[in-house]
Design a protein around this ligand. Structure first.
Ligand code: ADP
Length: 491
């Protein structure tokens, strides 16, 4: 009886294989391996793709041993996006370190991209021309790595995101493919036509033959042979998109927010791809067979990191969780506002030079007022994104499904519901990314259908917005005034 699927979550800091029990609707085992990162020059971030593969295979084998190969229906994959691997098609060996999404080595190149190409990029890929995405990283590899260039000339080079490398290795070179969500983060993929774009390939000097075939998230990707069994690999998505699916944000207007170090919001815009006027990204949300669901994506650079700052730099508490009771010890922030612009402000402000700000302090301001203001600032930042998403798409927000470390904070979740005016639904299983990979796999194998995905996501608590919201809206407007002050840098 095949009662399990495995979710392989290849993140930036660790690779995990998690055993999902389809009947009990929960994860029952996890095998986790940390992965190294290296920083050879300022702003550069690299990883060893071989290490990622070996640790993935090891973690998979641990789960397979735990459950028994016969009990496993398939393997779904979710992964860190945008990072690129260059490898030899014949040997499967990487030819250089993987260039990781945070790596800024191509930022100057991206700044020099001509305006008309930048326009094409937005129109076709839904992204902003930036070093974050794969295209300029691939261009860099082809220009600077001798072996990559040599292999490319002989048609023997493979270049792809982490999912495509893992699929290639796990299927012993049989499948060279990626899924639409990962492809949509490369800046080379036309998200409307669902194909690699010739003009962008030419601009970045990327040969089509070196790229994987892009398939639906529920396409079969081959088999992993382990312990005398052949286990199908099916169900692939980039981590944020997998989380959208794992949160069962299946309807137009459904949104998910991950409250981690930073904050990530994805908003389901249905079968239509919404174009953002506020600089948010349009992306493939997920694909089930031929059906494509688009999403808008926005992020806030600093969210949980401001709580860490209160803990580590200000010494206000020892454990992030204490921020909740401290915030609740005062009835409001006492007129104090905080703008978490430690590293600038993203959408909708796009001011990398903005810096953090604490304002409205009086002689009566206490630690609790400041802690409360910092938590509130996280909710206001999410509000900024959600306002843009609704304006850009013309679709009202139905509700938010939350995950990530700081979603454990009840005060923050309630305040978020109050300022947004929609319910915040917190699931029992906060591993939304892994759940998304497991459920995409179940759908791909016909063990579940798209509509039944909601049955696998169990609500732990729902935070409903206050009846009287005027006060919250006034505070949000005061926060926007504080943001304007944070945009003043004194230069
Ligand atoms: P990441 O995956 O980005 O490392 P996590 O999802 O593990 O982040 O979340 C960790 C972040 O959440 C930290 O910045 C931490 O300060 C914050 N955090 C964790 N628990 C709480 C809490 N109860 N209240 C507020 N913030 C919290």
């Amino acid at each position: 009886m095949k009662k399990y699927v495995i979710a392989l979550d290849a993140g930036t800091t660790s690779v995990r294989a998690m055993l999902f029990d389809l009947q009990a609707k929960k994860f029952t085992a996890v095998a986790k391996q940390e992965v190294e990162q290296s920083f050879p020059h300022p702003g550069w971030v690299e990883q060893d793709a071989n290490e990622i593969y070996f640790k993935a295979a090891y973690a998979l084998n641990r789960c397979i041993t735990a459950a028994g190969a016969d009990a496993i229906a398939g393997i779904g994959i979710a992964n860190q996006r945008e990072s690129v691997v260059f490898w030899n098609r014949e040997t499967g060996e990487p030819v250089c370190p993987a260039i990781i999404w945070q790596c800024r080595r191509t930022s100057e190149f991206c700044e020099r991209i001509p305006q008309e190409v930048k326009g094409e990029i937005v129109r076709k890929t839904g992204l902003r021309a930036d070093a974050y995405f794969s295209a300029s990283k691939i261009n860099w590899g082809l220009a600077h790595v001798e072996e990559a260039r040599r292999l490319s000339e002989r048609g023997k080079l493979c270049v792809g995101t982490i999912d495509s490398y893992l699929i290639f290795k796990l299927t012993e070179g049989h499948t060279f493919a990626t899924d639409y969500t990962n492809a949509s983060r490369t800046m080379l993929f036309d998200i409307h036509a669902l194909r690699w774009d010739e003009e962008l390939l030419n601009f970045f000097g990327v040969p089509r033959s070196a790229l994987p075939e892009a398939r639906s998230c529920t396409a079969r990707m081959g088999e992993f042979r382990a312990q005398n069994a052949c286990i199908p690999i099916a169900g692939v998505a980039g981590d944020q998109q997998a989380a959208l699916f794992g949160q069962a944000c299946l309807n137009k207007g459904d949104g998910k927010i991950t409250y981690g170090t930073g904050l990530f919001m994805l908003f389901n815009t249905g079968s239509a791809c919404a174009r953002s006027e506020s600089g948010l990204l349009s992306t493939v949300g997920y694909a089930i067979g031929d059906k494509i669901v688009y999403a808008l994506e926005g992020s806030v650079f600093n969210a949980g990191s401001s709580i860490q700052w209160l803990r580590d730099e200000m010494g206000f508490f020892k454990d992030s969780a204490q921020s909740e009771s401290i915030a609740l010890s005062v009835p409001d922030s006492g007129g104090v506002f905080f703008v978490p612009a430690f590293t600038g402000l993203g959408a909708p402000y796009w001011r990398g030079d903005a810096r953090g700000l604490l304002c409205g302090i009086t002689r009566g301001t206490s630690r609790a007022h400041i802690v409360r203001a910092v938590l509130e600032s996280i909710a206001y930042s999410a509000c900024d994104l959600s306002v843009c998403m609704q304006q850009d798409s013309g679709i009202p927000l139905n509700g938010i499904r939350c995950d990530g470390g700081a979603s454990a904070n009840d005060f923050l979740m309630q305040f978020q519901a109050d300022v947004l005016g929609v319910a915040i639904d917190r699931p029992r299983e906060r591993e939304s990314t892994a759940l998304g990979a497991a459920l995409l796999c179940a759908v791909a194998l016909g063990l579940a259908d798209e509509t039944s995905v909601s049955d696998y996501r169990v609500c732990e608590r729902k935070f409903t917005p206050a009846q009287q919201r005027e006060g919250f809206l006034r505070s949000y407007s005061a926060y926007k005034t504080a943001v304007n002050r944070a945009l003043f840098t004194g230069k």
